[in-house]
Design a protein around this ligand. Structure first.
Ligand SMILES: Nc1ncnc2c1ncn2[C@@H]1O[C@H](COP(=O)(O)OP(=O)(O)O)[C@@H](O)[C@H]1O
Ligand SMILES: [Mg+2]
Length: 371
């Protein structure tokens, strides 16, 4: 186990800047997830940590040691790739033990180590098989076993579940989390899947165009996104972005939402940001997650931070545990997550409650959060 510190790291390929001024600090035993759209620089950053690419500027430390220019084999890390990269002509036992043999570990010790990780990953029955005789999930386990056997200070995972089918991906996700709870090794895990990021991470770094947009716990990132990009990237179904402007009602600043012709509700701006007066004339976006919009029952008393708005239902999508109801607020498509018993048929109107306690406000032009 070791801590990892990335200080002002830059990477360019020729003239193309791929990573700009990356700073990240994680403590030993932490599970860090790097998440972002394809091409944002996740694998490049992981390869820099592994030493597989040379760094253009900055410092990387593993534990107390500056490893910026240390070759990969001396960094005490193990990496698991999306393409498992198993040796096809070696059986599972050999695939796991090979790295230990090249490190000149004693034979009885190697045997013990292979059996230990095989038991941990429940692949004892597969030790004599070749990779071609394994399913995708089993191959992934073997690749993890190979990394685990070396007992590195840090594990690096690059989209390890991308090649698996949906159900297996969810099962393996839980197993990786369990494994981390058992062995406690520091992990840096790359994925483009925001649900993997939310479910696995102690902390998430959300990346875009070679820049870290936000670094925080899953909860912080979900409840307090620092930009429209982060807010829209994390969460499924995605946060609703409702365009709006500052208004005034009875001397109070607020935001007016309209549904259909004359159904409106007024959301006091005081609960959304510190200085509502500064918002005058700005194009704003109100960020409201689907689960913050529910169904009001007749006679329900709606008190702030809740508001009531009667909306026309366009489309209804049952998902099982909840039903997604699509309507329009301020003319844009808005997703609401409703208890299945409360949804009405398309074309009908529904009394919705908007819980603005966690709603967020953005500057529409800059895409930045207004606190
Ligand atoms: N060896 C390379 N030479 C030139 N450009 C590269 C090289 N490797 C990656 N890139 C570019 O760097 C950017 C980030 O790539 P990558 O780190 O693989 O993204 P991600 O893993 O987030 O999908 C991409 O635009 C990619 O084309
Ligand atoms: Mg990648």
């Amino acid at each position: 186990m070791a801590s990892l510190s990335i200080e002002n790291v830059k990477k360019q390929f020729g003239k193309t800047v791929v990573l700009r001024d990356i700073c990240l600090d994680i403590t030993h035993g932490e599970f860090l997830v790097l998440v972002g759209p394809s091409g944002c620089g996740k694998s490049t950053l992981l390869n820099l940590i592994a030493g597989l690419e040379t760094i253009s500027d900055g410092v990387i430390r593993i534990g107390e040691k500056d490893v910026t220019h240390v070759p990969p084999k001396d960094r005490d890390i193990a990496m698991v790739f999306q393409s498992y990269a198993l040796y096809p002509n070696m059986n599972v036992r050999k695939n796991i033990s090979f790295g230990l043999e090249t490190r000149k570990m004693a034979r009885p010790e190697i045997k013990k180590q292979v059996e230990k990780v095989a038991a941990m990953l429940q692949i004892e029955d597969l030790l004599d098989r070749k990779p071609a005789q394994l399913s995708g999930g089993q191959r992934q386990r073997v690749a993890m076993g190979r990394a685990l056997a070396r007992e590195p200070a840090i594990f690096l995972f690059d989209e390890p579940l991308s090649n698996l089918d949906a159900k297996l991906r969810v099962d393996m996700r839980t197993e990786i989390k369990l494994l981390h709870q058992k062995v406690g090794t520091t992990i840096v895990y790359v994925t483009h899947d925001q649900i993997e990021a939310m479910t696995l991470a102690d902390r998430i770094a959300v990346m875009k165009d070679g820049v870290i947009q936000q670094f925080g716990s899953p909860r912080e990132i979900y409840d307090n996104p620092s930009s429209m990009f982060v807010a829209g990237f994390i969460g499924s179904p995605a946060m609703n972005f409702i365009p709006c402007e500052l208004g005034e009602e009875d001397g109070e600043y607020g935001i007016l939402l309209t549904a259909g012709q004359d159904e409106t509700c007024f959301i006091p701006a005081g609960g959304l940001c510190r200085n509502p007066g500064d918002l005058a004339g700005k194009s704003l976006v109100l960020g409201l997650r689907p689960e913050q919009i529910g169904a009001a029952l007749p006679g329900d008393q709606i008190l702030p931070p809740m508001s009531r708005l009667t909306c026309r239902v366009d489309v209804v999508e049952p998902t099982g545990p909840d039903t997604l109801v699509f309507t329009r607020i301020n003319r844009v498509k808005t997703t609401c997550r409703i208890h299945p018993d409360r949804a009405v048929a398309p074309g009908q109107t529904m009394d919705l409650t908007l819980d603005t306690s966690k709603a967020v406000l953005f500057d529409s032009a800059a895409g930045t959060r207004i606190q």
